[in-house]
Write a protein that binds this ligand. Structure first.
Ligand SMILES: Cc1cc2nc3c(=O)[nH]c(=O)nc-3n(C[C@H](O)[C@H](O)[C@H](O)COP(=O)(O)OP(=O)(O)OC[C@H]3O[C@@H](n4cnc5c(N)ncnc54)[C@H](O)[C@@H]3O)c2cc1C
Length: 280
């Protein structure tokens, strides 16, 4: 019998990027596109936010896709199929504000592409024309192309080195589409903060509705600690309870990118300790 929080499936999609199916029936029953869970890998671990990429309310699993970047995500990768995750809380955050817009542009970068998938699926289900731009550093690092194609009318690919699709960044493909006279009613961007900032800059004034899913550093996830605070339209808001999606044209991107670096030293120390313990 599968136990709650047990890993049902795990696959490396690209170097250091993993897809994982976890038994979490309560989360699966309540999940909506755009929401996330907090995961504690073991009892000494920190709570790391992970976007819900997919879920099955009948069978009771949730799917996450994550990139190994530091201690917690490396520890998560050490878990095998059949192992249990210590703690999962969710679904958290507001669902994406999807509706029938008309023409919608979806822009995903790296590990942000799977996070974009359930939002695109929902927008397609609601009858929107979904045009997607996805990008990665190289063709080998590109994930979720097939899944995004299934929920999009058109998919454009960019790679930094030109090994697949257009050579350049996702924002370059967005500029091409806009210069070719494509008209969009809404745009969603999920990926690195610099990518979301660049997309906001080129679409501002051209696409009326724009959302970005912010990846602020988060600690409690329930609005108590303030670690994930962001400035949006001159208001201080919390990514965990007010987001994670915000109006891209109102986000203070400079502050977000500075705050993402706030614990660099501690993260390095934590990684060195993990290595010192012979775990990496
Ligand atoms: C709402 C939300 C949803 C997220 N969903 C996903 C997801 O689906 N898949 C996924 O791979 N990641 C996701 N993230 C980012 C993920 O939570 C972090 O990468 C993770 O916490 C890193 O933990 P760590 O201990 O492995 O690395 P750390 O040692 O904490 O950090 C290692 C490196 O990653 C950077 N980093 C740390 N936290 C973040 C962050 N929140 N965003 C961006 N960079 C960060 C650090 O600056 C550092 O350079 C999400 C973040 C938020 C806020």
């Amino acid at each position: 019998m599968i136990k709650e929080r047990q890993i049902i499936y795990k696959k490396e999609l690209a170097t250091n990027i993993y897809e994982m199916l976890i038994e979490a029936p309560k989360v699966a029953r309540a999940a909506h596109a755009g929401q996330f869970v907090l995961i504690m890998v073991d009892e000494k671990g920190e709570r790391v936010p992970m976007t819900l990429v997919d879920w099955n309310p009948e069978v009771g699993w949730i799917k996450i896709v994550y990139q190994e970047v530091g201690t917690s995500t490396i520890k998560l990768s050490m878990k095998k199929v059949g192992d249990e995750i210590y703690y999962i809380a969710g679904p958290l955050g507001h669902p994406s504000r999807v509706s029938k817009f008309g023409n919608v542009l979806m822009v995903g970068g790296g590990v942000g592409i799977p996070a974009l998938y359930p939002i695109a699926r929902e927008l397609k289900r609601l009858g929107n024309r979904v045009i997607t731009v996805i990008g990665a550093k190289t063709s080998n690092a590109l994930i979720y192309e097939k899944e995004m194609s299934e929920v999009s009318d058109e998919v454009y690919i960019t790679t930094d080195n030109g090994s697949k699709g257009i050579k350049g960044f996702t924002v370059d493909a967005v500029k091409l589409l806009l210069n070719n006279g494509e008209k969009f009613d809404a745009v969603w961007a999920v990926g690195p903060a610099l990518m979301m900032k660049a997309v906001a800059e080129v679409t501002n004034g051209k696409i009326p509705v724009s959302y970005s899913s912010l990846n602020s550093i988060m600690v409690c996830g329930v609005g108590m600690c303030g670690a994930c605070r962001v400035t949006v339209g001159n208001k201080t808001l919390l990514t965990c309870v007010d987001g994670p999606e915000f109006d891209s044209y109102q986000v203070n991107w400079k502050e977000l990118t500075i705050r993402l670096q706030a614990y660099k030293k501690e993260e390095m120390i934590s990684l060195e300790m993990l290595k010192g313990a012979g775990k990496v």
